[in-house]
Design a binder for this molecule. Structure first.
Ligand SMILES: Cc1cc2nc3c(=O)[nH]c(=O)nc-3n(C[C@H](O)[C@H](O)[C@H](O)COP(=O)(O)OP(=O)(O)OC[C@H]3O[C@@H](n4cnc5c(N)ncnc54)[C@H](O)[C@@H]3O)c2cc1C
Length: 340
């Protein structure tokens, strides 16, 4: 329908990814202004159970493409199914997460349908003529671009941790429309997904809290210190490129221009100088805490709180203090959303 917003759901192990909930919230707000509703596209194998949660978070209709051929993400298969759905329902807006999957899928679908695409968007306004006025950081976050697309549906990928989800309402239900799945010829298939061994699983893109380490850690074993702090806070572990290039930690942990862009509520940078390429990936974090022994380190220019000191002394103290405070419940590891 002309004013509808289609959110492409992402899920793992029968749970919706947080960015999907955020897109449903933002999609609802956009659809209200366009006089439409928010709908969800759910692709996968044996994933019908997730449809209920989509309704709780605002979807008024769920399009379900459920087939063994969609069990693992494939660029070709998912593109064919999603492009077919968009041609069928012709929404005003299509939103995907700016995640590993969304960043692969969105441009494929846009190219297949001859549509424009705004990527990694952080805000949407609706103009009087119903076109979206889209905000997206560019040049590694050093400038903000405002873009409008000429084509319909208007497609965008949405940066995780930026939009607010709706309060879940378990009384909300949504009809589920099953789609006939025709993936066509899939030439490249994901055969297996292998869990990274050793270090904690990343989940950087959607993490609320990130504890990140750089060259100041001096060696791979020091990431254990960060992991202890991360465990206490329920945080993910990030890294600078210097630490990754030294082989201390896998590239999937890298934050920055050539790594991940993250928007956590709290980013704790340990032994990271704050090079522009690193800042490009994390400076939109709500709160930045920097621990560095050099008082002139550039990271302090973007930090909300700075600790000038040796991380090998400071991090264990923080870990112990947070552990104590959390046990005594004098603080919570969920960082409040608004500055007070
Ligand atoms: C094209 C390009 C792309 C790039 N992409 C990225 C990217 O995606 N991500 C990224 O991070 N970088 C990227 N870089 C690299 C970037 O320019 C920096 O070289 C890198 O970020 C530096 O990492 P670092 O801060 O860990 O190391 P350094 O700059 O060497 O800083 C180490 C810091 O640790 C502090 N320190 C040392 N010992 C201690 C201690 N005991 N306690 C406390 N503090 C201590 C020092 O004072 C120093 O400030 C890119 C570069 C280029 C050219």
């Amino acid at each position: 329908m002309p004013g509808d917003v289609l959110v492409v759901a992402e899920h793992k192990d029968e749970d919706l990814k947080k960015v999907t909930l955020e897109m449903l919230g933002e999609g609802t707000r956009i659809a209200e202004k366009l006089g439409g509703v928010v709908e969800a596209a759910l692709l996968g194998s044996d994933v019908g159970g997730v449809a209920e949660a989509l309704a709780h978070y605002g979807a008024v209709r769920v399009y379900l493409a459920d087939a063994p051929s969609l069990e693992k993400y494939s660029g070709e298969g998912y593109t064919t199914v999603l492009a077919g759905l968009i041609e069928k329902v012709v929404p005003a807006v299509v939103l995907l997460g700016a995640t590993t999957q969304g960043k692969d899928l969105a441009p494929r679908v846009a190219a297949r349908l001859g549509l424009g695409l705004a990527s990694d968007c952080t805000a949407f306004e609706v103009a009087a003529d119903g076109r979206l006025i889209i905000t997206r950081p560019v040049y590694g976050g050093r400038a903000i671009a405002t873009v409008m697309e000429k084509t319909t549906p208007q497609m965008a990928t949405v940066r995780p941790n930026v939009m607010a989800p709706l309060e879940p309402d378990t009384s909300r239900t949504a009809p589920v429309e099953k789609l006939a799945v025709e993936t066509g010829d899939i030439r490249a298939r994901v055969i297996d997904l292998i869990q990274e061994s050793g270090r904690q699983q990343v989940g950087l893109a959607e993490a609320e809290i990130i504890v990140s380490g750089g060259r100041g850690l001096k060696g791979p074993e020091s990431f254990d210190l960060l992991e202890e702090l991360a465990d206490v806070l329920g945080a993910a572990v990030g890294a600078s490129r210097a630490a990754v290039d030294a082989g201390w930690i896998d590239h999937s942990h890298q934050v920055g221009q050539t790594g991940r862009t993250v928007t956590p509520n709290l980013y704790i940078a340990c032994g990271i100088s704050g090079a522009v390429q690193h800042l490009a990936g994390m400076k939109t974090a709500r709160y930045i805490v920097a621990i560095n022994k050099d008082p002139d380190a550039p990271i302090f220019r973007v930090a909300d709180y700075g600790i000038v000191g040796d991380l090998f002394e400071v991090v264990p103290i923080l870990t112990e203090e947070f552990k104590r405070a959390l046990q005594q419940k004098t603080c919570t590891a969920t960082v409040v959303n608004e500055r007070t």
